[in-house]
Design a protein around this ligand. Structure first.
Ligand code: GUN
Length: 292
């Protein structure tokens, strides 16, 4: 932390700006592929009409359009038979114009999540949720790192924050964020603890964190007393309050006075998640083009 930052508190990590920079690189990669004769393509599968999922899907489709990735949205009603979804995925697996397949989660309860995720071709699994890609992450050679933790990794890199040997506490143990985040940080030789809803006295862990990554989905969960002075605080939470405000899991105004770096909500991790999906899709398209 510089002396200039001390009086006002943490540096605010601008995820929107980094996402913009990365998307410019993505556009150049998409153009180069297109000139070679390959239009990169992403298929997005949406089941049901959950308003949150619809917003995320719209953002993903928009990000693709912005960089020159063709996207195809497949929408199914909430009561669609599982077999129809599996059949659609198999068709996409065999479609050479599609380089990435994403099934927006959550799925309705009558659809077996693992069955759906394991049907996606491992070469097109741009969310990185297939068992094979999860295994790659465990072994330290992920093909498609899951987009949200991948975005957090890029944010830390962009700030020159070296995680090696640092105490990192991840709050939240989901398959989408917490677990892959912990594995990626461990691969980079951080000392990682994962806390979750059943953790007793969360503060005794969070106070030790040099880097605190919070993905619990609980607005205001992390208050200043739980944060070490000078810590880097990454807020993955996106919560809509009854008054319509969008907030993270961290008491931003309180914690920013104590942290060295902090991500805002919105404008922190969110724009990076969508961008890393585009990056994974381009990686997939380039790999397919090279191996044709
Ligand atoms: N729902 C919430 N986050 C995600 C994500 O990263 N990918 C997908 N497919 N669904 C989600």
């Amino acid at each position: 932390m510089t002396s200039e930052q001390r009086p006002t508190g943490a540096k605010i990590i601008d995820g929107k700006a980094l996402a913009r920079t990365l998307r410019i690189e993505c556009r150049a990669r998409a153009q180069a592929l297109a000139q070679a004769g390959c239009i990169p393509g992403l298929a997005v599968v949406l089941v049901g009409s959950d308003p949150g999922s619809r917003v995320y899907v719209t953002n993903k489709v928009r990000a693709c359009a912005e960089v020159g990735v063709a996207s195809r949205l497949l929408e199914f009603p909430a009561d669609v038979p599982e077999s129809d979804v599996l059949a659609a995925i198999r068709t996409l697996n065999n479609d050479p114009a599609i380089h990435g397949i994403l099934v927006q989660l959550p799925l309705p309860p009558h659809i077996a999540l693992r069955q759906v995720l394991e049907t996606i071709s491992i070469e097109k699994d741009v969310d990185g949720f297939h068992l094979y890609n999860v295994g790659g992450l465990v072994l330290g050679n992920a093909v498609f790192p899951p987009c949200t933790p991948y975005g957090v990794q890029k944010l830390l890199e962009s700030e020159g924050i070296d995680v090696r040997g640092q105490n990192v506490v991840v709050v939240g143990a989901s398959n989408i964020v917490g677990k892959p985040m912990a594995l990626m940080l461990m691969q980079q030789e951080a000392t990682v603890a994962i806390c979750h809803a059943r953790t007793r006295d969360l503060a005794q862990f969070t106070i030790l964190a040099d880097i605190l990554v919070v993905a619990a989905g609980v607005p205001g969960l992390i208050v200043p007393q739980m944060v070490k002075a000078g810590a880097v605080v990454i807020d993955v939470g996106i919560n809509r309050l009854p008054d319509g405000r969008l907030v993270g899991d961290v008491d931003f105004e309180g914690v920013r006075k104590k942290a060295s770096h902090i991500t805002p909500v919105p404008g922190g991790v969110g724009p990076m998640t969508v961008t890393m999906l585009v990056v994974n899709t381009l990686d997939s398209a380039e790999r397919a083009w090279r191996g044709r």
